[in-house]
Ligand binder design. Sequence first.
Ligand SMILES: NC(=O)c1ccc[n+]([C@@H]2O[C@H](COP(=O)([O-])OP(=O)(O)OC[C@H]3O[C@@H](n4cnc5c(N)ncnc54)[C@H](OP(=O)(O)O)[C@@H]3O)[C@@H](O)[C@H]2O)c1
Length: 245
Amino acid sequence: MSTGILSDRICLITGSSRGIGLGVARVFAENGASVVLHGRDEESLGESLAELSEPQKHSYITADIITAEGAGVLAAAFPRLHERLDVLVHSAGILGPPGIPLAEYPAESWKDVLHLNLTAPFLVTQALLPALRKGDHPSVIFVSSGLGYKGRAGWGAYSVSKFGVEGLNQVWADELEAEGIRVNAVNPGGTRTQMRAVAYPQEDPMTLPTPEDIASVFVWLARADTAVTGQSLEARDWVGRDPAI
Ligand SMILES: NC(=O)c1ccc[n+]([C@@H]2O[C@H](COP(=O)([O-])OP(=O)(O)OC[C@H]3O[C@@H](n4cnc5c(N)ncnc54)[C@H](OP(=O)(O)O)[C@@H]3O)[C@@H](O)[C@H]2O)c1
């Protein structure tokens, strides 16, 4: 899927040291984008950057965004790398303690999951609006989940945070449409990552698509000539589809 359709697009992907964020970064880079990776661990970010196509075009930011201060660190670091932002993908996320019913759910975990999965994407989008406003046909992409439309026992704060992400997507999309900033959400569906392996330890990961397999919809939303906004899309519907068409 190497098309150059993202050439000259400047893209920041949170949570891209591994998993879905890194898979999307790899496919964006293959299609010509300049990518800014993000995570907490400098060493893994350096390794991830080195394996992207044309590594000299890319960079990374290290910031723990589980607090408002950390989200501020990420947002403050970006303008030192690029003057404008064309594509912002919010992939950083945590599960929280799996299988714990709300009756026993620890308040500290609730706070952390809601902050990283929901408040950080709000704060980072808000702080990066000046760079997005300078962007070329800018696009913001939230990463949601099927648990953001249908709650399920034992998924506690994770499910609630993804319901919040769906709402955040709709409100930002409505508020930014007049400025030409598109905002959409993607539900990756079950994908072969560390998070999925923790959530479903009995599952054979080889039965799942890889992060690169599900990246087509992200590429399509990142293109300068895609017009949709305010949508919530299923990445699984796009597996095998050519985002250049
Ligand atoms: N995998 C699935 O089947 C699936 C299904 C539906 C939705 N999702 C969603 O897809 C997104 C990515 O999930 P994934 O499966 O790729 O997870 P993953 O493999 O666990 O990767 C999570 C990413 O988030 C980063 N991260 C975690 N805590 C962070 C923090 N405090 N500050 C900054 N970065 C942090 C991690 O970087 P470091 O640990 O290196 O800092 C890593 O890059 C999440 O929003 C998840 O809810 C995944």
